[in-house]
Design a protein around this ligand. Structure first.
Ligand SMILES: [Zn+2]
Length: 338
């Protein structure tokens, strides 16, 4: 949802400032019920962006500045997160009891962290694929967690695709963002998120696919998140110069990292440096997951805006717009979209 969900002001009615929340709640109810003839529809918002991520925190680390920028520009930004991240490591000592091998309460806790992060980014439409807890975090590859029948890695691909197709047909994004086929760095839930997002991109516009899930809608562009190897190398060099050596096992060369692509494969570079504060606040909201003294904040402190305010993408379906941004890349995910 966005500000566009607000009903027009009634000139005959004085609304006290502290009633703003009630107005928002009423607007949200009207949208959810979709019963009123003047109800908001997504097509009222010119730019619509859907991001498909695996766990709470992935959206902020990978695409947080982009999300904040487009939300601030009044795009409809919809986040779909595929799991609650139940298997994550807990980096806050007083919350260690939540871990999967203890109370197993981390997933519920991370719902709150994600909500706080979305508030920081200004993103109001965030959902879990199939509802919160429908699929469980699969843990790292070849661990017992990905043997569990309810984990996302073992999800029925068609069921998961249908859930996402329903969202695509509802919010009608022109642009969809997810991971590449390696899931960025190989986590099973990221690979599965990629599969589901690509399948939904391909099927949402097909009238013969799941006709009960709403009017067909074909998004115009599909992007994968990525990093140019040169940017990763600059990060490694800066961390080494600052005396940090534990970044991804202390590699010397970006070629040894399991993610990133040659610079010429990066099609799109979104400069959202003005939203670095929002991204940093969102990272802090994921406090069980992102240590403030860990490599991400070390990177942020040492390279600052260049490391975190600019986010990189590869266009894999649809037509590129003008490559008139930095480094001969598209500066805007919506470039060339009517
Ligand atoms: Zn993840």
């Amino acid at each position: 949802m966005s500000e566009a969900t607000l009903p027009p002001p009634d000139p005959g009615e004085k609304v006290p400032v502290d009633a703003a929340d009630a107005v928002l709640a009423a607007a949200a109810t009207a949208v959810d019920g979709a019963a009123e003839p003047e109800a908001f529809t997504p097509l009222d918002v010119p730019k619509r962006l859907l991001l498909v991520h695996a766990h709470p925190d992935d959206e902020t680390i990978g695409t947080g500045a982009t999300m904040a920028k487009y939300a601030a520009e009044h795009a409809l930004v919809t986040l779909v997160t595929c799991t609650l991240g139940e298997e994550g490591e807990v980096l806050v000592p007083e919350l260690e009891h939540l871990a999967a091998d203890k109370e197993d309460g981390l997933g519920q806790h991370r719902i709150g962290e994600l909500a706080a992060a979305m508030e920081a980014l200004g993103v109001r439409d965030h959902r879990f694929l199939g509802g919160p807890g429908r699929w469980r975090d699969s843990g790292m590859m070849d661990t017992p967690a990905n043997e569990r029948p309810e984990c996302f890695w073992r999800a029925d691909l068609d069921e998961a695709t249908r859930e996402l197709v329903a969202v695509v047909r509802e919010v009608r994004p022109q642009v969809v963002v997810t991971y590449d086929e390696k899931g960025g760095y190989g986590h099973p839930d990221h690979i599965q998120a990629h599969r589901v997002a690509v399948a939904a991109f391909d099927k949402a516009g097909d009238p013969s696919y799941a006709p009960g899930l709403g009017e067909p809608w074909q998004p115009a562009k599909l992007y994968y998140t990525t990093f140019p190897k040169s940017v990763l190398q600059a990060g490694i060099d800066a961390l080494k110069a600052a005396g940090e050596s534990d970044f991804f096992g202390g590699v010397d060369s970006a070629e040894d990292l399991p993610f990133g692509v040659p610079d010429d494969q990066v099609t799109t570079e979104v400069d959202a440096g003005d939203y670095l504060d929002a991204k940093t606040a969102a990272m802090r909201a994921h406090k069980t997951q992102i240590a403030v003294d860990g490599p991400f904040f070390a990177l942020s402190n040492n390279i600052g805006q260049k490391a975190f305010g600019t986010e990189y993408y590869m266009l894999v379906k649809g037509s590129a717009g003008p490559r008139d941004g930095a480094n001969g890349r598209e500066p805007d995910l919506f470039a060339g979209v009517d």
